[in-house]
Design a protein around this ligand. Structure first.
Ligand code: ATP
Length: 403
C-alpha cells in the first residue's frame, strides 16, 4: 500500500510539473520527488565580453568621462558616438589600459581587469587596437607585419597569416612592403595584424577617417565581416553619425562625458531622447510653442503635446525629409488630412541640389520662421515661389523646451 501511495504522489507531482511547464524539473530521488527550479538558469543573461561600470576620469578638475557604463557582447559592434571632446577617446584609453580611471570598473568576460586598485597591464588584456594612425612596421613585409604579435608553432602562424590576408583580400601582397601599398591596402593589412592574435575585444578609434570616401565603405564592410566571423566584441569610436549607423549593432551617444542614449541605430534615430540627440543625426526643424489646454498652436494647426503641462514651452522637432511639399493653387493648398494636419504656406527662400536630394528653405507666412524640406530628386523652385508644406505628424518628436 505504501508503495502504491508513493507511486501516486510521484505521478501527481509529475502532472503538476507538466501543468507548470518545462522550467521546473522533477528529480525522482530515493526520498521522494524533489523539484529543482531551473528557471533562473534558463534566463541567465550571458556575460558581456566587455563591461564598463560607472567610469569617471578628471583632468585638471574637469570631468572628461562622467559615470560611463556600457556592455558589449561577443560579435557585437558598439559605436561610441559623439562630438569632438566629449570623452570617447579617454573612455577607450582607459579600457585599453593606457590611462587609468579615477573610479569605476572594467571587466572582460566577467573578470575585473581594472578599478581604483586593480590594474592589469595593456598587453595582458587580450584587447586589439586599431587607430587612424595604424602605422605598419615599414621594414617588415605584409606577412611579417601580420605575424608580428603571434606566438606558437610557425606552421600555425603561417596558416593564420595566410587565412587572414585572404580574408582581407590582400593575399597577393604577402611579400610587399608597406610603402608599396595604397592607404586602403595598408588599412586592410593593419586590420589583419590587429585581429591575428585573436583578441577578445577590438577597440577602434576613428579607424577609417584617413581614407577617402570611395574606399571607406568597402573597408568598413570587410572589417565588419571579419570581426563578426571572429566573434570579437568591438567598441568603435567615431564622431560621424553615418559611420555609426552603418557599422553599429548598438550606438552609445556621448555628450559632455556622459552617455546620453544607448540603442540600436534604428531606435536611436527614430526615438531620440531629446532635441540634441535628434539634431546629432540630421538637420532638424524646430517649431516652438506654448501648451494651451494640451494643444500647441502652430502654422500646421493644433498640435497635441501629451504629458506636457499647460503653459509649458515645447519644441516640436521634425527632420527635413518628413515635410511634404505641395503646389500653390491660386492661394490655396492641399486639403488637410488626419495624418498630416493642416498645410501651411511658405515662400521659397533658397533651393540647392545637395547630392542625392534637393534642400529647399521656406520662409513661413504664419510667423516668418524658416523651415527646411528635402526631396529625393532635383527640385529647384525659384526664390519667392509660394509653396505649401505639410508635416508628417507621426514623424514629429515633442520635447520640453530648454529655452
Ligand atoms: P575627439 O573626437 O576630438 O578625439 P573625444 O570625444 O575623443 O574627442 P577626449 O579625447 O576623450 O574626447 O577628450 C575629452 C576631454 O578631456 C577633452 O576636453 C580633452 O581636452 C580632455 N583631455 C583628454 N586627455 C587629456 C589629458 N591627457 N590631459 C588633459 N586633458 C585631457
Amino acid at each position: 500500500m505504501a508503495v502504491v501511495s508513493t507511486l501516486l504522489s510521484k505521478v501527481r507531482a509529475l502532472a503538476g510539473h507538466l501543468r507548470r511547464g518545462p522550467t521546473a524539473v522533477i528529480g525522482l530521488m530515493p526520498d521522494g520527488p524533489k523539484e529543482f527550479n531551473t528557471a533562473e538558469k534558463d534566463v541567465t543573461t550571458p556575460t558581456p565580453r566587455l563591461e564598463v561600470r560607472n567610469l569617471m576620469r578628471h583632468f585638471d578638475g574637469r570631468l572628461a568621462v562622467d559615470d560611463v557604463s556600457l556592455r558589449v557582447m561577443p560579435g557585437q559592434v558598439t559605436c561610441l558616438l559623439g562630438p569632438s571632446g566629449c570623452g570617447k577617446t579617454t573612455t577607450l584609453r582607459i579600457i585599453a589600459g593606457v590611462d587609468q580611471q579615477d573610479s569605476g570598473e572594467v571587466l572582460v568576460d566577467g573578470a575585473l581587469i581594472s578599478d581604483e586598485s586593480t590594474f592589469m597591464p595593456p598587453e595582458a588584456r587580450s584587447i586589439g587596437l586599431m587607430f587612424q594612425d595604424f602605422a605598419l612596421f615599414p621594414h617588415l613585409s605584409v606577412a611579417e607585419n601580420v605575424a608580428f604579435g603571434l606566438t606558437g608553432p610557425k606552421p600555425e602562424q603561417q596558416k593564420r597569416v595566410a587565412d587572414l590576408l585572404k580574408r582581407v583580400d590582400m593575399a597577393a601582397a604577402v611579400d610587399a612592403y608597406p610603402h608599396e601599398l595604397s592607404g586602403g591596402e595598408q588599412q586592410r593589412v593593419a586590420l589583419a595584424r590587429a585581429i591575428a592574435p585573436r583578441p577578445r575585444i577590438m577597440l577602434m578609434d576613428e579607424p577609417f577617417s584617413g581614407l577617402d570616401e570611395r574606399l571607406k565603405d568597402d573597408i568598413r564592410d570587410t572589417t565588419l565581416s571579419v570581426l563578426k566571423d571572429e566573434g570579437t566584441a568591438v567598441l568603435l569610436v567615431t564622431h560621424e553619425p553615418d559611420e555609426a549607423m552603418r557599422m553599429a549593432d548598438e550606438i552609445a551617444l556621448m555628450r559632455d562625458g556622459r552617455i546620453v542614449q544607448v540603442g540600436a541605430p534604428y531606435n536611436i534615430y527614430n526615438v531620440p531622447n531629446d532635441l540634441k540627440v535628434a539634431a546629432f543625426f540630421s538637420d532638424i526643424n524646430v517649431i516652438s510653442g506654448i501648451v494651451n489646454g494640451s494643444l500647441v498652436d502652430t502654422a500646421f494647426g493644433g498640435f497635441l503635446a501629451p504629458g506636457h503641462p499647460d503653459k509649458a514651452r515645447i519644441d516640436i522637432v521634425i527632420r527635413p525629409q518628413h515635410l511634404r511639399i505641395d503646389f500653390d493653387r491660386d492661394g490655396k493648398g492641399p486639403n488637410p488630412t488626419e495624418q498630416d494636419g493642416t498645410p501651411a504656406r511658405g515662400v521659397v527662400e533658397r533651393a540647392r541640389f545637395v547630392g542625392r536630394e534637393s534642400l529647399i528653405e521656406f520662409r513661413m507666412d504664419y510667423d516668418g520662421s524658416l523651415l527646411k524640406a528635402t526631396v529625393p530628386s532635383v527640385f529647384l523652385p525659384d526664390p519667392g515661389t509660394p509653396l505649401w508644406l505639410m508635416i508628417r505628424r507621426e514623424r514629429c518628436f515633442v520635447f520640453k523646451s530648454n529655452d
